[in-house]
Design a protein around this ligand. Structure first.
Ligand code: UD1
Length: 375
């Protein structure tokens, strides 16, 4: 059976790694890995292939950055050529980035069966580009591999027949469990010194006494009216309590510079390059608190138990929220709300949680599904 799987952007890599590894154990699969090139910087892409032992892509489309239409359109044009040449039995896409959506459309227009890993997540917010990608991809997929029971319910509510839904758990957690030991031995001050984006003195980084911030969503970083109050709270108030470690996404760096916020941020926060997988997990393990708008980090905080303030008004991952047993609180981008939740969360103990089937064996279940259901 020939399986062609697709990655494009950073959050895809930790989802594809366990799948590649598991497929490679079964000689009945001929696996072709395609990288669309949506993310291309070494720190946003290549470093994850090395850290997570992902085989080098068989095919690279080199799409790069652009508007959504440019990214999706160029990916579709190039991916169609690949599909016609390779003629796979199945196309497998992961997550919710533009590459996921573009390649799903091509798959079905070329009459190839499509499987989606991380299906059924819904934020209900159609203004998020990822929500558009999720809706399109799931509508087109023949098998929907879901990470949790909320996702199963979302798909059923949309009328998806249960024969198409395979509840397999969260594949990101396979990667977390495989890599955790390599992360934990990292020395944080050494790593922070190595990854400093702007030279500066490093304060004492006592375990369980630093904050980590990641932020890249257009809804948080693209308007000064939103970004400035957030930055002011984080740099004026949080840094009074503890060091603020901020691995910075290229989009966010660009916006801070455009809005004239860069000087303040670089003085008050400890700005880091985009981090490799193990470095990021290590920071998470020792963090007192995480501020993030990333989906994957909400999930990793849940399993590691790190109190997490999710800088969004909604989440497609409700299982990570405190009301459902997780470690996150939705705080949006309203500073008063963030401040109140911050004070509250500082009183909490770290409480690791393990949602159903977030057990490190999701890729095995996915490959078993292919072996048993797919001909
Ligand atoms: C994309 C995903 C988002 C995911 C995020 C993780 C979509 C719609 N969004 O958003 O779901 O959470 O990746 O990072 O697919 N850039 C670089 N180097 C790179 C890649 C990007 O400098 O290797 C800069 C470019 O200026 C680019 C900008 O970052 O224009 C945004 O990149 P893009 O891929 O469009 O979206 P992300 O914000 O990264």
């Amino acid at each position: 059976m020939k399986i062609l799987s697709v990655v494009g952007a950073r959050p895809n890599f930790m989802k594809i790694a366990p799948f590649c590894r598991e497929l490679s154990k079964h000689p009945e699969f001929n696996h072709v890995l395609v990288h669309t090139g949506q993310h291309y910087d070494t720190r946003m892409s290549d470093s994850f292939f090395l850290d997570l032992d992902i085989p080098a892509p068989d095919i690279h489309l080199n799409i790069g950055s652009g508007t959504h239409a440019e990214q999706v359109g160029k990916t579709m044009i190039e991916f169609e050529k690949v599909v016609r040449e390779e003629k796979p039995d199945w196309i497998v896409v992961v997550g919710d980035v533009n590459a996921t959506c573009a390649c799903s459309i091509v798959a079905k227009k070329e009459h190839i069966k499509l499987a989606h890993i991380e299906a059924g997540l819904r934020s209900g917010d159609i203004d998020m580009p990822e929500e558009v990608n999720r809706l399109v991809t799931d509508r087109l997929s023949d098998i929907l591999f879901t990470p949790d029971r909320f996702s199963n319910a979302n798909l059923k509510a949309e009328g998806v027949d249960s024969s198409r839904i395979a509840f397999v758990g969260n594949i990101m957690i396979d990667t977390l469990e495989t890599q955790r030991d390599k992360a934990i031995v990292r020395n944080v001050p050494d790593m922070v010194r190595r990854e400093l984006l702007v030279p500066r003195d490093i304060p004492d980084l006592a375990e369980n006494n630093w904050a980590v911030l990641t932020m890249h969503r257009p809804s948080n970083v693209d308007q000064i009216e939103t970004l400035k109050p957030l930055v002011d709270f984080l740099t004026d108030e949080v840094t009074e309590d503890m060091p603020l470690l901020w691995p910075i996404h290229p989009r966010t760096q660009k916006q801070l510079q455009i809005f004239g916020l860069w000087e303040k941020v670089r003085k008050k926060a400890i700005l880091l390059n985009p981090l490799g997988y193990h470095d990021m997990v290590r920071l998470n393990i020792g963090a007192r608190i995480m501020f993030t708008d990333s989906g994957g980090l909400q999930e990793e905080c849940c399993v590691l138990g790190t109190p997490c303030l999710t800088l969004r008004w909604n989440t497609e991952r409700p299982i990570t929220l405190r009301e459902h047993g997780g470690a996150s609180v939705l705080v949006g981008n309203d500073v008063n709300r963030i401040r109140a939740a911050y004070k509250d969360v500082l009183q909490l103990e770290r409480t690791p949680q393990r949602p159903e089937l977030w057990d490190g064996h999701t890729a095995e279940r996915i490959v078993e599904t292919f072996l048993s259901r797919v001909h």
